[in-house]
Design a protein around this ligand. Structure first.
Ligand code: HAM
Length: 412
């Protein structure tokens, strides 16, 4: 038997029902902040991610699903959503829309990762991008919107971790100081860290190897070297979040794994598993990097699989409102007519599609937990009347075989 590729998941009906419930709750939050949905292609030109996400990142260096298409173009399955959304923003002239432009998405992502708990090769992100505001108020609204997801899903043991990684100006200064610190023990770091020393020394700070973590203990922190503008911005974000009653922890090891970030970065972490469920931050240079005008932006993405692992609510699957039992040609015709019209009215209707016997249909309607049962036999057809049975109470009600009368009984 052919099996699914490693790092992918089948979502069976029981679970997809829960996903829909969560997706609907999150969509309502986005609606309330007036974010609009965007859908972008599953694949893009590889260059988009090389330039957007960054050549030195793990995502670009090790994790992309990249191939040449039949026309010889290098194509990559999207490993994240921000680069594609910003490309679409520019390509579709969304810069001329009322600013800021607020977009959300719910899309599958692809990363060739070491598969483990909470780490898949095909996974889903629900994300939001706010393009066109440099104000700390945009950071605050974005973070509050992210927090609302956990609140409305009633998820606990979630911690907000916050950091600022400055702007290119103050970061350059800081990187010199950091390199100076790292160079003293560079030979003791792991090979990945060594390879990041020149181009991306800040990533060394979020290495998960214990020996590197230990060496990093006294490393200089970016937040201590922010320029005045970045410092003021971060102070404002912190005080507004505090005023809004949102607890956070400053975590100077958050540098994020994607190169486009500037200033505020944040993660909502599941304290039980220590997995980051939501990650995001400001990316004030990305629109310009893709050839657009200088346009500040901020956003986040939630890992849906990780979110679902936390969402333990019992969701009841939809039960059919009515099973229409019929045997025979004329009876089936009536069942088809009634079910078509009742379905149009929004009822969930089941009927025979296997040419089963009367008894087999009775058994089946029980198995699928139909709320009501309507039997159409020769007599019923002739009289244009039938009995609807409430399958839970056993009560029977006689109705005319028309939409109004049937709806009246099953509508509760
Ligand atoms: P990210 O931190 O790479 O950020 O991913 C966001 C979230 O996606 C993570 O916190 C995690 O929950 C989930 N995730 C990432 N990789 C995997 C995986 N292999 N398996 C399961 N879940 C995973 C971004 O992608 C940015 N584009 C977020 C953003 C939007 N920043 C600004 N705007």
């Amino acid at each position: 038997m052919i099996q699914k590729p490693k790092g992918t998941k089948d979502l069976l009906p029981e679970e997809s029902y829960k996903w829909q419930e969560v997706e609907n709750i999150v969509k309502k939050i986005f609606d309330s902040y007036n974010f609009k949905e965007i859908r972008v292609p599953v694949f893009e030109h590889t260059e988009l991610f090389q330039r957007g996400v960054g050549e030195t990142t793990d995502v670009v260096q090790k994790e992309m699903y990249t191939f040449d298409d039949k026309g010889g173009r290098s194509i990559t399955l999207r490993p994240e959503g921000t680069a594609g959304v910003v490309r679409a923003y520019l390509e579709n002239g969304m810069g001329s829309m009322p600013s800021p432009v607020k977009l959300w998405y719910n899309m599958a992502m692809y990363r060739y990762e070491n598969v483990q708990k909470g780490r898949l090769r095909e996974f889903h992100q629900i994300g939001a991008e706010l393009i066109g505001s440099s104000s700390y108020l945009a950071d605050v609204d974005t973070i509050l919107m992210g927090n609302q997801i956990f609140e409305d899903l009633k998820l606990e043991n979630i911690k907000l971790r916050l950091n600022s990684i400055g702007c290119p100006k103050c970061r350059e200064e800081y990187q010199k100081i950091l390199r100076n610190f790292l160079s003293k023990n560079l030979d003791k770091y792991c090979d990945t860290c060594k390879s990041r020393f020149e181009k991306n020394p800040m990533r060394i700070l979020d290495c998960k190897e214990s020996k590197c973590k230990k060496l990093n203990e006294n490393a200089p922190k970016m937040i201590d070297y922010l320029c005045d503008e970045c410092k003021e911005h971060f102070e404002n974000v912190k005080s507004m979040l505090k005023n809004a009653g949102l607890d956070y922890e400053i975590d100077s090891t958050i540098v994020r794994g994607l190169d486009y970030y500037t200033k505020t970065v944040f993660e909502f972490v599941d304290e039980t598993t220590e997995l980051t469920v939501l990650g995001g931050g400001r990316y004030d240079g990305l629109v310009e990097e893709f050839g657009g005008p200088k346009t500040p932006a901020i956003g986040f993405a939630v890992g849906v699989e990780r979110l679902m692992d936390m969402y333990k609510n019992k969701t009841e699957e939809t039960k059919p409102d009515l099973y229409i039992l019929s045997v025979g040609n004329k009876e089936n015709q009536k069942a088809i007519e009634l079910s078509k019209n009742l379905r149009k009215k929004g009822y969930v209707i089941e009927k025979d599609i296997c040419e089963r016997s009367f008894n087999a249909q009775m058994k089946y309607s029980n198995k699928i937990n139909a709320k009501y049962l309507l039997v159409i036999g020769e007599n019923e057809l002739e009289m244009e009347k039938a009995k609807i049975k409430n399958m839970q109470t056993g009560n029977e009600t006689e109705v005319k075989l028309n939409l109004e009368e049937i709806s009246k009984v099953i509508k509760d």
